[in-house]
Write a protein that binds this ligand. Structure first.
Ligand code: 5GP
Length: 121
């Protein structure tokens, strides 16, 4: 899938749409999800134009990958869920119900969030 530079997260990165920034570095931006599914629900995104995890895995540099992993861990520490536990989810493509075609990790915590989702059917 070609990258759509007008997706919502691209607009957030360009400063065209506001967000509640939790953390930022050269390669990543982390911000609060607008429709939180847990007391802590942060989205961690790379600043580069990657549609999803598969695109990132194939095309991102080592520096970008390293920064992305570290940002997820840093956000967990910054929000306090590093101590209590948290879940990291990335939706990739239609069957996962990915809505925004810019790679993002959902970082969820702040309460027991139940068993891992199991697909039916
Ligand atoms: P997906 O379904 O693509 O994995 O998740 C997209 C996420 O982006 C959803 O959890 C949704 O609430 C969040 N989201 C959509 N639009 C905005 C927005 O304009 N600002 C913020 N902060 N989050 C958004």
């Amino acid at each position: 899938m070609a990258y759509d530079k007008n997706n919502i997260f691209a607009k957030i990165l360009r400063g065209e749409i506001p967000c509640e920034v939790i953390d930022e570095d050269e390669y990543t931006l982390s911000f609060a999800d607008i429709n939180p599914q847990a007391p802590v629900h942060i989205l961690v995104i790379p600043k580069g134009a990657y549609t999803d995890w598969s695109d990132f895995a194939v095309h991102a540099s080592g520096e970008e990958m390293s920064a992305f992993f570290k940002a997820i861990s840093r956000v967990a520490e910054l929000t306090g869920i590093g101590k209590t536990g948290y879940r990291v989810i990335s939706n990739i493509g239609p069957d996962s119900h990915q809505e925004v075609p810019h790679l993002h990790m959902h970082v969820l915590g702040g309460t027991p969030i139940g068993p891992l989702v199991v697909a039916k059917g």
